[in-house]
Design a protein around this ligand. Structure first.
Ligand code: 13P
Length: 244
């Protein structure tokens, strides 16, 4: 993390889990477990039907509501995930559509959380950085430096999502640093320094601190562990560590 130049973000991605009536009790339990002092922004991206409940319940716990996807023509929540590997894989979303969706969100004042990440085959073929660089360049195409300031990038290696296999802190740092280098080449040093890059893929209460201690990992995008208030609160607490 680097708190001087970037904000730290812990974002939960509930996918197709939870029910609307479970949002309030979840937030109450989360609130009881959160550290008094918080060093990060907290976001919970829920299925669309639960966004209103999250906006309401999240307010006094200072948890921002987010959506999990967006139509390239529609309105949405405060944050929205785009380009998640599960949408790329199961809904055939390509980089051009991810780019169009990110731009549509920015136009409406919504912060896109843009997901990128390689498959196991690509990693084994030593194509990780080429592939992720391509995804980042395509997703940011035509987005100017002032709009870039409102974007968040999430590096989620596909082989680590929902598998319990986390990238090592070194592997995750290497790619997040590489993403920042790509952004530096596109926009220059200052904008690159200011972009928050999250890691996602089996981040949990145990491994969060080590991942978040890496200089280019500015937070997490959390699936499974974001459904457990105590674990999610522990990940938030893991951002309370010394950083630059
Ligand atoms: P897990 O934390 O369950 O591996 O999910 C990661 C993810 O896909 C978040 O978007």
């Amino acid at each position: 993390m680097n708190r001087k130049y970037r904000k730290t973000v812990i974002a939960g991605n509930w996918k197709m889990n939870q029910v609307a009536s479970g949002v309030k009790p979840f937030i109450e339990e989360l609130k009881e477990n959160l550290p008094k002092q918080k060093s990060c922004d907290i976001v919970l991206c829920t299925p669309a039907v639960m966004v209103p409940a999250m906006i309401k319940a999240g307010k006094d716990a200072k948890v921002a509501a987010g959506a999990q996807d967006v139509s390239k023509h529609a309105k949405g929540a405060k944050y929205c995930i785009v380009g998640h590997s599960e949408r790329r894989q199961y809904h055939g979303e390509d980089d051009m559509l991810v780019n169009a969706k990110a731009k549509a969100l920015l136009e409406k004042g919504i912060i896109p959380i843009i997901c990128v990440g390689e498959s196991l085959e690509q990693r084994e073929m030593d194509l990780t950085m080429e592939y992720v660089s391509y995804q980042v360049k395509a997703a940011l195409y035509g987005i100017d430096a002032s709009a870039l300031r409102r974007c968040i990038i999430a590096y989620e290696p596909i082989w680590a999502i929902g598998t319990g296999k986390t990238a090592t802190a070194e592997q995750a740092q290497e790619v997040c640093e590489g993403i920042r280098t790509v952004i530096r080449k596109m926009y220059g040093a200052r904008p690159a320094r200011a972009v928050s890059i999250l890691y996602g893929g089996s981040m949990n209460a145990k491994n969060a601190a080590e991942l978040l201690a890496q200089p280019d990992i500015d937070g997490g995008l959390i699936g499974g562990a974001s459904l457990k208030p105590v674990d999610f609160a522990a990940i938030v607490a893991a951002t309370n560590q010394d950083a630059e």
